[in-house]
Design a protein around this ligand. Structure first.
Ligand SMILES: *Cc1c(COP(=O)(O)O)cnc(C)c1O
Length: 369
């Protein structure tokens, strides 16, 4: 079976509805022409409700990691004190980017199966004089843990009001409730191949007034990712450099599907799907990696059983038409991950559970022989 016919259940890239794939493979248009400008306008407008922001977001051509780099280099200066709250691969990556550009990064390391405790974050932040920014991953895709972003944001705002809060929302925005303005965040980034039912290649960023002020005096080197350029072009519904035209057209169609479904319906579908999967896994005798109360509604990490081994299980699932992801970094060989963000419905989850049941049954029989 070609992979395009399989149930793609990795946490990005995620499946793309046929209309979105068609929109993305149209004949090319002039990226400086009126048709493309109309698409850009529709995309920038369509993103706002999912960010929970009145302001127009920035659109950059690049993956989520590029957007994390953009967040860092646009508001920080070398030597700035930064608190990295990390409980997984993506939190570590955000910190590594800040270090690469000369920030003075202090760490609050959280157990990889747990969410960050709000008191611990506040204490760590208050303990750093002249703290410039906190880096936080809303939904840690490597562990399947969702942090309580609104609570952490509110506490940071009252105890360290001068500090910026930079949020990796790559696997949350568009699928989980997100209120950039109301939660008073400073920079939040996401990527087209996660909750947005679109191919990889674009990242979208919300920026607060406070972050714009920091941007004006920030001195980390930047060129391609410069927020000023992206903003000036975005206001005219264009981009500073040649964008990933096909992905913008795909995203336009995806956003119109998302708007017809409505954001509240999308958020509750993700909640329903997440809980259906967790219940089903429990029924199969499998253990979640993340603590249940903080388990993500966009990606689920599952502890690998004794048998079959990780690589065998992933291969067996693939033979049954289900593509899942392994663990990353120190979780390699310990967990596998099931993506359920974007274009995902009950029957996709039931198919995963059915295939898992078959794989586990097969291995018990083999073990008995
Ligand atoms: C996927 C992901 C990234 C990295 O995005 P790329 O598009 O692969 O660069 C960063 N953070 C989180 C939380 C992610 O899920």
């Amino acid at each position: 079976m070609p992979e395009t016919d399989m149930n793609l259940r990795v946490p990005g890239p995620t499946p793309v509805p046929a209309e979105v794939a068609t929109a993305g493979s149209q004949p090319m248009v002039n990226h400086r022409g009126p048709e493309f400008a109309a698409s850009m306008a529709a995309v920038l407008e369509g993103l706002k409700p999912f960010f929970g922001s009145e302001s127009q977001p920035l659109l950059l051509t690049g993956s989520g990691t590029g957007a994390l780099e953009a967040a860092v280099v646009n508001v920080l200066s070398p030597g700035d004190k930064v608190l990295s709250v990390t409980g997984g691969v993506f939190g570590d990556r955000f910190a590594a980017i800040a270090q690469a550009f000369g920030a003075d990064v202090r760490f609050l390391r959280v157990e990889w199966r747990e969410a960050a405790q709000v008191d611990a974050v506040v204490d760590a932040a208050r303990g750093i004089p002249n703290l410039k920014a906190v880096l936080l991953t809303h939904n840690e895709t490597s562990t399947g843990v969702t942090n309580d972003l609104p609570l952490i944001a509110a506490q940071l705002r009252s105890y360290v009001p001068q500090s910026l809060l930079l949020v990796d929302g790559v696997s949350s925005v568009g699928a989980l409730p997100f209120e950039f303005d109301a939660w008073d965040l400073d920079v939040a980034v996401t990527g087209s191949q996660k909750a947005w039912m679109s191919p990889p290649g674009l990242s979208m960023i919300a920026v607060s007034e406070r972050a714009w002020a920091a941007h004006r005096s920030a001195t980390m080197p930047r060129f391609y990712w410069d927020f000023t350029k992206a903003q000036a072009s975005g206001e005219k519904h264009t981009t500073p450099f040649t964008p990933a035209v096909g992905i913008v057209l795909a995203l336009q169609t995806a956003l119109s599907l998302m708007s017809s479904e409505s954001k509240d319906a999308i958020f509750s579908r993700h909640e329903r799907i997440g809980s259906r999967l967790r219940t089903g896994l429990h029924g199969l005798g499998l253990d979640l990696f993340a603590e249940l109360q903080v388990a993500s509604n966009t990606v689920t990490a599952v502890r690998l059983p004794e048998r079959p081994s990780g690589s065998e299980l992933i291969r067996d699932l693939r033979e049954r038409g289900i593509v899942v992801a392994g663990g990353q970094d120190c979780l390699k060989g310990k967990i596998f991950r099931i993506g359920h963000m974007g274009w995902v419905h009950e029957e996709d989850i039931d198919a995963v559970l059915g295939a898992l049941r078959d794989c586990l049954k097969g291995s018990i029989v083999e073990a008995a022989i």
